[in-house]
Design a protein around this ligand. Structure first.
Ligand code: FES
Length: 107
């Protein structure tokens, strides 16, 4: 279980508990948090689950695989240092306190 804070582009924060084994995208979806669309349902095929990870967390998350890296090229204004696809990040206790910020828009 991890407490994750999702910050909308307008600054509105949503802090929720997300069970281990879910993805960060599923945590947003299951709590009706706006800003993460996840059109492909988590298959790493759409990039509409894009977020900017808080700088304190950027190096603490498991590394991106090639598929996520490629799909991020299609995201809206990706930041190489902080952009991630939330459907590719599995929640564990180690993510407790994670903060992610949604982009101005998904593609
Ligand atoms: S939900 Fe489509 S890439 Fe993450």
């Amino acid at each position: 279980m991890a407490k994750i804070t999702y910050v909308e582009h307008n600054g509105t924060e949503h802090t929720v508990e997300v069970a281990n084994g879910l993805t960060v995208m599923e945590g947003a979806r299951d709590n009706n948090i706006p800003g993460i669309e996840a059109d492909c349902g988590g298959a790493c095929a759409c990039s509409t689950c894009h977020v900017y990870v808080h700088p304190d967390w950027a190096d603490k998350l498991p590394a991106k695989d090639d598929m996520e890296e490629d799909m991020l090229d299609f995201a809206y204004e990706p930041d190489p240092a902080r952009s991630r696809l939330t459907c590719q990040i599995k929640v564990t206790d180690a993510l407790d306190g994670l903060v992610v910020q949604m982009p101005e828009k998904q593609i």
